[in-house]
Write a new protein. Sequence first.
Lengths: 433, 325
Amino acid sequence: VNVDVTMPQLGETVAEGTVTRWLKKVGDDVADQEPLLEISTDKVDTEVPSPAAGTLLEILVEEDATVAVGARLAVLVTSGDTSASPPTSGGSRVVQEESVAPGAIAASAATGSTSVEPSPTRPPTAASTSAAPVSAQAAVVAPRPAAGGPRHRHTPRVRRAAADAGVDLARVTGTGPGGRVTVDDVQRAATSTPIPLEGLPSQVAGERGLSRGTTTQGSLVTTVVEVDLTAVTSLVARSGSDVAGRLGTRLTTTAFVARAVVEALKAHPRLNSAIDPDGAVLARSRQDLLVTVTTGAAPVVHRLDDAGDLNLLGLARRLGAPAATSPGPASATPSSSGVDAGAFSLTDTGADGALWTTPLPVTGGVAALSAGAVVDRPVVLTRAFDEKVIAIRAMCHIALTYDVGVVDAGDATSFLRSVKDRLEAGQFDTELT
Amino acid sequence: VAELTYRDAVARGIAQEMRRDDSVVLIGEDVAGAGGVFKTTVGLLEEFGPRRVIDTPIAEQAILGACMGAAMTGLRPVAEIMFSDFFAVCWDIVVNEIAKTRYMTNGQVTLPLVIKTGNGGGLRFGAQHSQSIENWAMAVPGLKVVTPSTPEDVVGLMAASIRSDDPVLFFEHKGLYATKGEVPDGDILDSLGTARVRRAGTDATILSLGMMVPRALAAAEQLAAQGISAEVIDVRSLVPLDTTTILGSLAKTGRLFTVEENPRLLGWGAEIASIAVEECFWDLDGPIQRITTPHIPLPSADSLEDLVMPSADSIASTVEKALQS
């Protein structure tokens, strides 16, 4: 069998090498790994060992010639070969059947083709265990047993995602490798799965169950903020008639508040959850609103499915349409299916002149918001360089009632802050065209 | 823009600073007349003369002693330790003198010096001429530790090292000397303590250093074919360490891998893994894995050296298996 001797890859990036000296002549016998020639690359001068035992059949690259890595330098005929006879071989040769594994040739030609199969827990240490005294190393890198059973195999990232979304991992089916729960699984669960609330005191849940349809005052808290609606009222004044002319819809401050609430619900999904009759908290994927507007005599209730998909004008149009249900108080027992099972409730009592009214969540709901009358009032504003001025601003009280068993105070405050900031910034121009 | 080898970039970086600042001098074995045993200082003697480019006897302690004294008296010396393995014969002056002088003099004496050295394996140089010793250096407070992987980085980081008022150990990877890369014209000044994202990805963060950078990039290419998007970061500077870039990437991908040429125990990746667990525990979406050379002296046999050092294949297969388990 003829075996090529090639220019080895000496170092990661050496591209070529120069033959400096042949240590064997054509016809010479060489042993496996016996130095065959000397080469010089960028800086490394070294000997090239013979890739096999045999006889040097042909020299292809003369001394001082430079060739690329991998180029053929010489041809050997292996000593086990019976078919080819070296030209200058004299006398009889003891012919032994000796096969040369291709792998051995590749390895000694240093082409880097030796395959390594590292174990996942022990990067390339496997080879060393048989080649060197490595007891200390073996002890250090021994794979650790997995901590706990499958129940505990949630990664920190998944645990955090679950905590953020209020998802109980025990109820999530994993789709990752080996059934592991992934962040995507958590997000899917957060939008679809009924989940018992972690940290919900059992007595609160029990109380809820008992008091369904009656009062839940024991677990409800109301927080009120003052919101500057000057930007919104001027938008209504400026664009109201244009919107009415184009869309036949009346633009009201209620639509702006609804828009701000929907955006805040997306950012604070806890306030958009619902409690099922068993006391389990359901994360809702949609932002549905139950909007009650008091206009003179009787309140009108609008059920806005998927309000999160609507922009400002879409909300205004839906609020301007005839009410989908017969009028009734927001806390009236809603139908068992559809939007109002635990939907977020928004009440606008401004037309009554009331400054603010305690909003009540619908049955199964965990939060509700009310907006009171918009009143012009002198307000102290702080301008640049801490200059304080008094200005006439359109002010409104917005109240949020929430179930303390489900929503913590920080979340509620943050939600109210989102609504207030959105309305005061008044950046709705793109939604009005 | 010129295409330059990594070795030529070393000389260019030093020359750039020697032209700018007369106090910069070069000292080492064969750095002058021979242009460096790795040809990294070619042309410097010719341009700057024997008073600024100085050959020494084979005496590493003397080289660093002279270097330290020169720095104490106002020069900005660059010393060469030919093979980084030889730091072992002059470690006392590095650890007990150079690293501590600023502190022990209450800041009255600073040492603006650079010790450049040929580091790393893959060249069949055997156990005593192939080590990656960044770990030794980063274990000593008072030393900055830099390892560039591209010719452009060599120039810019060499300039930044020379301008540092405190000692820098500058690790050139011997296996990268022949590599080429585009280098912008004009003076280049990089900043120490900054990592570079060499390839953006979303599924895993692979940290690499020196010659492991091209291997990690090759592994990322293989992984991409498997549908795995790996982000490859060239750490470049171990001290100071760019935790912003590293942890920012981890926060994005959730998985961290280190590719270290050094022996496994106490490699730089272990320190970064520790930082990551302290700072980013809740971002982790699986165990941090280190891909290293085993804890053995590097063999000189070509087949064994290839076997034990991290390769593109071993990096890719480790990452792939980790992400699928």
